[in-house]
Design a binder for this molecule. Sequence first.
Ligand SMILES: CC(C)(COP(=O)(O)OP(=O)(O)OC[C@H]1O[C@@H](n2cnc3c(N)ncnc32)[C@H](O)[C@@H]1OP(=O)(O)O)[C@@H](O)C(=O)NCCC(=O)NCCS
Length: 185
Amino acid sequence: MPDVQHGELFLVSPSRDLEDAFREMATEFASEGRDRLLRALDDFEGYVGRLSNSAAGVDLSPGRVPESHFWLVCSDVIAGTSRLRHTLTPDLEIEGGHIGYDIRPSYRRRGFGTALLRLTLVRAAELGLSRARLTCDADNFGSIRVIENNGGMLDGEALSLSSGKPIRQYWVPTAFSDRGRGKGV
Ligand SMILES: CC(C)(COP(=O)(O)OP(=O)(O)OC[C@H]1O[C@@H](n2cnc3c(N)ncnc32)[C@H](O)[C@@H]1OP(=O)(O)O)[C@@H](O)C(=O)NCCC(=O)NCCS
């Protein structure tokens, strides 16, 4: 496992300036079979442009809502990514929610996931959301801990419409008073 620098953590919007760091992260995700980000490098400028449009609600596909993408930067490395949907649809309320996130494999289990959600919830508060819907597979114990570390309250359980697997549904306050005092780098 590579040495991980615990520098200052912050979220940035996708930028062409970070192409090398993005490539390094995408290559690592591809090593666990997730090659979606690697494919973005076929046309990185177009990819960053599409993410920017998505955040601005421009050229949305039917049924899509505006969505901001963030990269978690730590010592010039992109440790993970998050997505913040500005509104919910009935389908998203069941599964998908407002926020999704991924930490690159070599940065997992060191508090980065908890910190990434914490920082993304701050952005949600800036959008005027007082609480965020979060859903995850019922057997995704890492994600469950990330959500509960950030004050998530279990609201329900359902079967995923896509996988048929059990999922958990949470509401997470965007201004959780304990956030930052407990878990997370
Ligand atoms: C889920 C994910 C974001 C967690 O990120 P992370 O950086 O490991 O999270 P943290 O280090 O903040 O860990 C939070 C807690 O979960 C625990 N945890 C993390 N991964 C775990 C796992 N695979 N099994 C059990 N517990 C786990 C940690 O020990 C920690 O526990 P604690 O709060 O009791 O100390 C990361 O594993 C990931 O990106 N997975 C693939 C994508 C994904 O599942 N995204 C979420 C979709 S809903």
